[in-house]
Design a protein around this ligand. Sequence first.
Ligand SMILES: [Fe+2]
Length: 460
Amino acid sequence: MKTILDATSGSVLGIVGLFLVLLLNDKACDAGITSKYVRRLQASIDLPLDSPHFSIPPGHNAPEQVHITQGDYEGRAIVVSWITPSPSRSKVVYGITIGKYDHEATGSVTRYTFFNYTSGYIHHTTLNDLEFDTTYHYKLGNGTSAREFSFTTPPKVGPDVPYTFGIIGDLGQTYDSLNTFQHYLSSKGKTLLFVGDLSYADNYPFDYNVRWDTWGRLVEPSTAYQPWIWTAGNHEIEFRPDIGETVPFKPYAHRYHVPYLASNSTSHLWYAIKRASVHIIVLSSYSAYGKYTPQWVWLQTELAKVDRTVTPWLIVLVHSPLYNSNVYHYMEGETFRVQFESWFVKYKVDIIFSGHVHAYERSHRISNVAYNIVNTNCTPILDDRAPVYVTIGDGGNIEGIAGNFTEPQPAYSAFREASFGHAILDIKSRTHALFYWHRNQDGNSAVGDSYLLLNRFYSA
Ligand SMILES: [Fe+2]
């Protein structure tokens, strides 16, 4: 515990006892908790198109839907993306002093059509060779339409680099989504790990892509200022042969660029980045992952590249959960689990975040890799080498809460609750991290579930 006490503020000291209790519970694999919290039942309704949260910035051809993501393998590049209604240059001016933009970069522009929708001009520009741990200010557009934002690069990749991530999944654009988003805005998250299902535009007839634009405006107050690390979900597929749209992930691919080439991936749907003390691997539930497929080959190579003495923390993001005891989407991730769980155990992945199921659930450290068809060892067991699995598809989208858990609660499930919310992963040192889940009904300082994460490389 000395490491935690050294690394954390006084406010954390008061909850150390709670974490000790949680840790003991984890070791003993006591019966899990199904939270008795009763969420007020109400429909999740999308914000109206004329919501002020969707307002278009003033001025001729003003940049909108601004979002940034990490642009390289180690955190010295940022991809800046935005949309303009009319053609314009994909130019970003930037510098370390507000108003003094002594650097500039120019990227590329793209557009797409989807059935009877035509997108605006989508710009993607990469800012390279940034200094670590530095705040940059940047400006898009010209004259009275120009807009200015800022971001802070992460510290240099290394084993002793504290960093704070937020985690959101299945956000959508309802009143509940807004609640989740505003809670996250007031958190101390520096980078958001998004586990898939962004806009839910495909919930409308003909995948009404105007709802991609409104979503881009909704989240801009965060996405323009800190990287969101993107994972594709099923609502990004938008495979609609019935209306002539046969290219999967078309709107998502045009709007949200990721640095997949930097990790030698051949697809934007799976890739990896290093950030601070973490190696983050993003996978695709909706791409081939059988043996010898491109994703399988890439993951095998990437896992072997992870150096825990440099990045002690290893996190996987994948949309469909491998362990989940909700009735909804039950066992959809099972074939993915069968394919990759043994690797996640072998490489001691610390935690796997998923979405898809619109509720919150955290597992004990368990594995189910002993079964070989002829033996009967097909029940998950406590396994100190194994990841914690967190399902956090509770962003608040239009499909509503997934309120039906299977009963009884399986032994592998540590805590589950059917409420909307977000999570924070607060990495304190190479050995310790604090994980918090916040339900929307509470103030941001209230913790709905918490867990002391002990690094697998150093602890298992
Ligand atoms: Fe989903």
